[in-house]
Design a protein around this ligand. Sequence first.
Ligand code: GCU
Length: 416
Amino acid sequence: MRMLWAAALLIPAALGILAQNEPGAVLKYPLPDALVSSDGKPVRDAQTWRKNRRPEIMRLFADQVFGETPSARPEVHFRVTSTDDHALNGLAVRKQITVYFSQQETGPRMRLLLYSPAKSRGRAPVFIGLNFFGNETVNADPEIDLPEVWIKGQKAPAQESARGGNAQQWQVEKVLSRGFALATAYCGDIEPDFAGGMEFGVRQLFLRPGRSKPADSAWGTLGAWAWGLSRAVDYLQTDPDVDAKKIALIGHSRLGKASLWSAAQDTRFSVVISNESGVGGASLYRAAAAETIEHLNTAFPHWFCVNFHQYTGHPDRVPVDGNLLLSLIAPRPLYVASAELDHSSGPPAEFLSAVEASKVYELLGKRGLGTDKQPPLNQPILTGTVAYHVRDGKHDVTAFDWDQYLAFAELQFGRQ
Ligand code: GCU
């Protein structure tokens, strides 16, 4: 496979970043090039991208990184358990929906919380994202159900005191007042986030008879979360309050990794937002300064497929990287966001990844980022189909971040 040689040799974008911010190189090793196939042949047209290179990259991520998602058609069904037309002081219609992952109602299930703007004329475009700690944490709304959540590997009823604990990361009122709906579900409903959590999640529904563990190339927890997001879309397509042709997927951090993989597999996500998804997401395994594969595989051995563990200590051997994951979103609008102090994600590597993915957007007739110079803090680049910002502060989702995502979604979907 031909690679792009290190920053100083072949990637002017990296030079730009170096000149502005970084003393060292952005890359430790050359990156795989989205537009060069594994057999070394350049990809020069959209058809070759769609027919050959994109499927090849999809296969590599499925075999070597996230693991394969089962192809069996899921037997999902839904039940709307509550509707309130006057939620949040009349700002929203609130629905709570249980998404059952099998015909039975006893197995794993996901609770979806959907707010849509009460004053919406017709169907509203919708932001969707998984949350880390339970639906009740996204807003102080006292009517959000308090089902069980996972704490340190144990299931326990969610506490009243958890309500709104993560509200600033969701900005529900702001999103609604701009005319968007917001749908969210707790990642732990799909599979709890610990090694051994598989027993309690959807992956066990798909184990072949006689197997107690998935195969080496089968999905890990990130793959399960990605699958769960698609099941939420299955529901949204049935809901009369939302426009399922205008779905913006937002994912933060580990849930950003899962979201990018979900959007790679499911083109019903029409806008995709990576909020500090870091290594395994928008960032680069080959980054000079960011989280290592070793750390990912040690601290979170359940996230990726078993095959991915062979790359611990060998980032240069992974046949793909974050730039290729981003290129799988093309030509759909993509926003990559970093935070200055999020050293584990590596802002310069996230930026370089977006620059590299822009080549695929351009091949497909879209404007990518349109620059290879990392912008100053808090100055978003919003002019192309690929957008980017690095804001000041730490690893988080802030009101500033949401302001940019709302502006981007309005540009892409039209103002509501
Ligand atoms: C850890 C992990 C990161 C991840 C982050 C998060 O820091 O190492 O890869 O993105 O958790 O999900 O908050």
